[in-house]
Design a protein around this ligand. Structure first.
Ligand SMILES: [Cu+2]
Length: 156
C-alpha cells in the first residue's frame, strides 16, 4: 500500500527582506483631517534613524502626489516650500509638525475623515541607497495645532 502525501508545493515561502535597513522608527504619525472638497493636507510624525539618513519623498494612496515641505516665517508671513529632503541624523529625534517640516498630501482623491487610518510610504535614503517605509497615520481633527492661514496651496 502506498501512502500519498499531499503535495506541499503551495506552501508559501515568506520572504524576509534582509537588506540593510536604515532602522528608522516612526512614532505618532498623523494626518490632519479634511473638509469635503479640500484638496491638500499635511502629515506629521516623529522620526528617528539609527544611522544618518534622509527623508527624500513620500507617497500615499489617499493623494495623487505628496511632497516634503518646510514651513517657516518669512517676515510675519508663514510660508511653505518643497524641500529636497529632511536630514535624519543618527540617533536624533526629528519631528515633522505643524509650523515646520511636514509631508504635504496633494490632490486628495477623497476626504480624510477624523479617526481613519491613512497609509503613507516614506522614502528614506541612507548612504545613497533608498528604501521605503510603510507608516499608518491617524487622521486627527482639523483643530489640532491649527494654523489655518498657513496652508494655502494656490501655487501648486
Ligand atoms: Cu505644505
Amino acid at each position: 500500500m502506498t501512502f500519498l502525501y499531499k503535495p506541499m508545493g503551495a506552501l508559501a515561502l515568506w520572504a524576509v527582506c534582509a537588506a540593510a535597513q536604515a532602522q528608522v522608527s516612526v512614532e505618532n504619525a498623523w494626518v490632519r483631517a479634511t473638509v469635503p472638497g479640500q484638496k491638500s493636507t499635511g502629515a506629521f510624525m516623529t522620526l528617528r534613524s539609527a544611522s544618518d539618513a534622509r527623508l527624500v519623498a513620500a507617497q500615499s494612496d489617499a493623494a495623487r502626489a505628496a511632497e516634503v515641505h518646510e514651513m517657516k516665517m518669512e517676515g510675519d508671513v508663514m510660508r511653505m516650500r518643497e524641500v529636497q529632503s529632511v536630514a535624519l541624523p543618527a540617533g536624533q529625534t526629528v519631528e515633522l509638525k505643524p509650523g515646520g517640516y511636514h509631508i504635504m498630501l496633494l490632490d486628495l482623491g477623497r476626504q480624510i475623515v477624523e479617526g481613519e487610518t491613512v497609509p503613507l510610504t516614506l522614502v528614506i535614503e541612507t548612504a545613497g541607497r533608498r528604501e521605503t517605509l510603510r507608516v499608518q497615520a491617524q487622521a486627527r481633527p482639523l483643530a489640532s495645532a491649527a494654523r489655518p492661514a498657513a496652508h494655502g496651496h494656490g501655487a501648486h
